[in-house]
Each structure stands twice: as C-alpha cells, then as structure tokens.
Design a protein around this ligand. Structure first.
Ligand SMILES: CC(C)(COP(=O)(O)OP(=O)(O)OC[C@H]1O[C@@H](n2cnc3c(N)ncnc32)[C@H](O)[C@@H]1OP(=O)(O)O)[C@@H](O)C(=O)NCCC(=O)NCCS
Length: 356
C-alpha cells in the first residue's frame, strides 16, 4: 500500500513548464514521496480544493476557539477556498498535503511560494485530530528541504549558491506555530500589530501628507515596485504585484506613491474576498508614506473592516492608525530561516497571499 500510495502521489503531481517553482516542487522527488510511518506526503490536485478549504477553515477556527478566542473564518468552509484558488493561480502545484496512509483523509496541508530570492510558507494547517503528532513538522521539513536544494540566483539574496531563505509571518499569540518554526531554525526578525479598522460606509475622512498624491498602480509600475521592495527588504516578487494589478479575479487593488526620479516611495495592495479582507502586502520608505498609501487603500473597503499589519517599532504610524480608529486584534512575527537583510523602511505584510 505504501508504494502504491506514493506512486499515485507522484503521478498526480501537476508539474508544467520550467522554472524555479517547478524545480522547487519537483526538486527532490524522493522527498516528495517520503513517508513517515503514519502519513504520506503528496501535492494537492484540483479535486482536493474543497477538502483543503474545509481543513483550513476547521483547523484554524478550532485552534482559536480552543484558546478561548473567536473564530477566524465565518460563513462556512467554502470561504476558505480563497487559499487554493488564489494560490493555485499564483503558484500552481505548490501545496503539500499529508494524508492518512490507510484512509487517504487529509491530516495537514501547507502552501509554499517559491520566489527568485526566497521561498515563503503558508498557510499551514493540521487537522485537530492530529495536533501535536508531528504532521506540521513533516510538512515544514519537506518545504525547507526543497528550499535548501534550490539554486540561489546570481543577483538575489546573498549571492550565487545553493539554498534559498524561507520566510513567513506567524502569530505571536500562537505558541504552537511560533515554536514549530523557531525549532526548525527560523529566527523572528520583525514584530507587527494586526490592526482591524472599521471603514465607514461614507469613507475615511482622515488625511495624511501625500494621500492626495496616491494613485492606483498600473502594470508599468511593476519594475519600480520590485526595485523599492528589493531596496528595503532584499526580496523580489514582481509576479505577485503584476498579478494583483492585472486583477483577473476582481479581488485585488494596488496603490502607489510616487517618489523622486521615477522611483516609488510606497506601495500597498489589498484583497477583498469573503475569506480574506486585508490591506497588504506593501512597503514604504517612510512612516508617512505608509500612512498615505494605507489610508488610500483602506478607503476602498468602505463599509467593511479590513485587517492590516504595522511594525510595532513604527510609533508614528501606530499612533496615526489609532487616530483612524484602528484596534489591535493580534500580533504577528516575521520569521526567516537563512539569510535575511535587515528590514528597512516600513513593511506591511499580508496573509493573503503569504508571499514575503
Ligand atoms: C500550529 C500547528 C500547524 C502545529 O501543528 P502540529 O502538527 O500540531 O505540530 P507538530 O506536532 O509538528 O509540532 C511542532 C513542534 O513544535 C514543538 N513545540 C510545540 N509547542 C512548543 C513549545 N511551547 N515550546 C517548544 N517547542 C514546542 C513541538 O515539540 C514540535 O517539535 P518537535 O517535533 O521537534 O518536538 C497546528 O496547531 C495548527 O494547524 N493550528 C491551527 C492553524 C494554525 O495556527 N496554523 C499556523 C498558522 S502560522
């Protein structure tokens, strides 16, 4: 049964085309079919989407409810289809499942996002029946093995070589995930407060210097967005921003603030979906630039309550956000395994998509 299952897993891998993603997904065929005594790892296929959405919904809500916190997702498991839908559009074939070797039922799932300069990880979920039995550790090791075996590009990270850093944003209030990652060698690099802001139906009347100059991004802005992010954080993910700006799914928008000499000073994206309403990802050279693009992007969510993350050390920005009515709802930590340039400027990460 073991061999049959692993063969089936391998033959069902949706590999297409060439590129870093494909090398990463395929990278270690042996690893992909690796099995501990009690689980089989295989790639997600379209027929798994509903089951994965249900796993993400149930696992996340169960974990938070068991800690006395409210549910994260509401509206039924279908809302969590945003993860397979968005992530398959961005990174086809980049979700690893842990399945029960006898029943084939899902024990865990983890999406990953290969980029030129790094691999991002998330969302990670384990079925509550299997919490604490090593499922997440096994999924995580599969992805870090792929990242370790990947080629580093000539112009990215800390030079040509083997192995890409792995990056993620994990809850600072979830010791299970915090510990999972730090035990695997991830190092917390920046702390964020998650802020929920109820945007009035009539819009946000607050102002910030530069807000009037914020404009919607176009595809022509992608090179400048990439340059800005690489300058501030050392990562490149132009395909993500192109995807948001093209907005084929009708759920994305991107705002930018022009700087000097054709450069940008700030950028932020947002998503509006029943399963995720967030402002981010984005970066800004300054706290005032971050405030300008945040206000403009938040204002597009009138009558809703988007969440966004602000670095805790950005005191001026935090103070302004409180002035807009923002309320802290959680804390998150940017964790990196491997090379990490010091963060500069303001970083505004998102969980949708978790690509940086
Ligand atoms: C967080 C979550 C993925 C963990 O999954 P899991 O399968 O129970 O985790 P594992 O059993 O693989 O254990 C993880 C590791 O953390 C370690 N760990 C857990 N709590 C720890 C603590 N307080 N201190 C130190 N280490 C700890 C475990 O010992 C284990 O390491 P080891 O195998 O080297 O001993 C799971 O609880 C979950 O799905 N929660 C809901 C969704 C969620 O929060 N996802 C994470 C989003 S970032």
């Amino acid at each position: 049964m073991f061999a049959a299952l692993t063969r089936a897993a391998r033959s069902s891998m949706p590999f297409a085309g060439e590129g870093l993603r494909d090398r990463l997904v395929r990278g270690s065929g042996d690893t992909l079919s690796a099995v501990m005594t009690e689980m089989v790892l295989r790639a997600m296929v379209p027929d798994d989407w509903d089951a994965v959405a249900e796993l993400v919904y149930t696992s996340t809500n169960y974990w938070y409810a068991s800690k006395g916190a409210g549910a994260i997702f509401a509206g039924g498991p279908d809302v969590a289809r945003v993860f397979p839908e968005v992530y398959e559009a961005l990174d086809p074939g980049c979700c690893i499942l842990a399945v029960h070797p006898r029943t084939g039922r899902l024990m865990g799932s983890c999406f990953f996002h290969p980029r030129e300069t790094h691999v991002s990880l998330g969302i990670m979920n384990v079925h509550p029946a299997h919490f604490g039995t090593g499922v997440a550790r096994r999924l995580l090791r599969h992805i870090t093995d792929l990242a370790d075996a990947a080629d580093r590009p000539a112009t990215g990270g800390d030079g040509v070589g083997r192995g890409l850093p792995v990056r993620l944003v994990s809850s600072a209030m979830n010791l299970d995930s915090f510990s999972l990652y730090t035990r695997a060698g991830f190092v917390p690099r920046r702390t964020y407060q998650d802020i929920l802001l109820a945007v009035p139906a009539g819009g946000l009347s607050h102002d910030a210097p530069g807000r009037a100059q914020v404009r919607s991004a176009t595809v022509a802005d992608v090179p400048a967005i990439v340059a800005l992010e690489e300058e501030l954080t050392g990562i490149r993910r132009g395909g993500d921003f192109a995807h948001f700006i093209e907005n084929r799914a009708g759920i994305w928008h991107v705002s930018v603030l022009d700087g000097r000499d054709g450069r940008l000073d700030a950028v932020v994206a947002s998503v509006a979906h029943p399963g995720s309403r967030m402002v981010g990802p984005g970066v800004s050279r300054s706290e005032s630039g971050a405030a300008a693009v945040l206000l403009a992007e938040l204002d597009r969510h009138r009558g809703h309550s988007p969440v966004f993350l602000v670095p805790v050390e950005c005191g001026d920005l935090v103070r302004q956000v409180y002035g807009w009515g923002g309320r802290n709802v959680e804390m998150h930590v940017h964790q990196v395994r491997g090379a990490c340039l010091p963060f500069s400027g303001v970083t505004l990460p998102s969980f949708m998509p978790e690509t940086g």
